[in-house]
Design a protein around this ligand. Structure first.
Ligand code: THU
Length: 135
């Protein structure tokens, strides 16, 4: 299978298990790591709304649990007219473990709709290569 198709299928399958009883907005994410492995996540909402987590956060956590710390590309899938680009917090999560050139694919149920570089979605980012205050 084409690598992008595999990423899409994995994210779409993860989305099937979204826990989104409050927004009804189901999202799936799939990360391809440096080893070529695909890790998936879905959004997990909470009655205390701000506690809910995004699909991207779940996929990144799964990758880290498996011992990997390098995102090569990520695909996010959701429904609707507007592109489901990662939220600001998730862009920063991706930034921690990806190069600026990493591809972020945004998909709908019928396939990939757009591809962005991380740098284009989070320009001039504060990231791990920058000195942290106090360091
Ligand atoms: N959501 C994600 O999981 N990823 C995104 O990139 C955008 C938003 C989730 C959070 C919440 O559960 C629902 O979509 C509505 O915002």
């Amino acid at each position: 299978m084409d690598p992008l198709e595999a990423l899409f299928s994995a994210a779409a399958a993860a989305r099937e298990n979204a826990y989104a009883p409050y927004s009804g907005f189901r999202v799936g994410a799939a990360v391809r790591s440096a080893s070529g492995t695909i890790y998936v996540g879905t959004n997990v909402e909470n009655a205390a709304y701000p506690v809910g987590t995004c699909a991207e956060a779940g996929a990144i956590a799964a990758m880290v649990v498996a011992g990997e710390t390098h995102i090569v590309e990520i695909l996010v899938i959701g429904e609707g007219e507007a592109l489901v680009t990662p939220c600001g917090a998730c862009r920063q999560r991706i930034r921690e473990l990806a190069r600026g050139t990493a591809a972020i694919h945004v998909a709908g149920p019928s396939g990939v709709r757009a591809t962005f570089s991380l740098d284009s979605l989070l320009p001039e980012a504060f990231g791990p290569s920058r000195p942290h205050p106090g360091s």
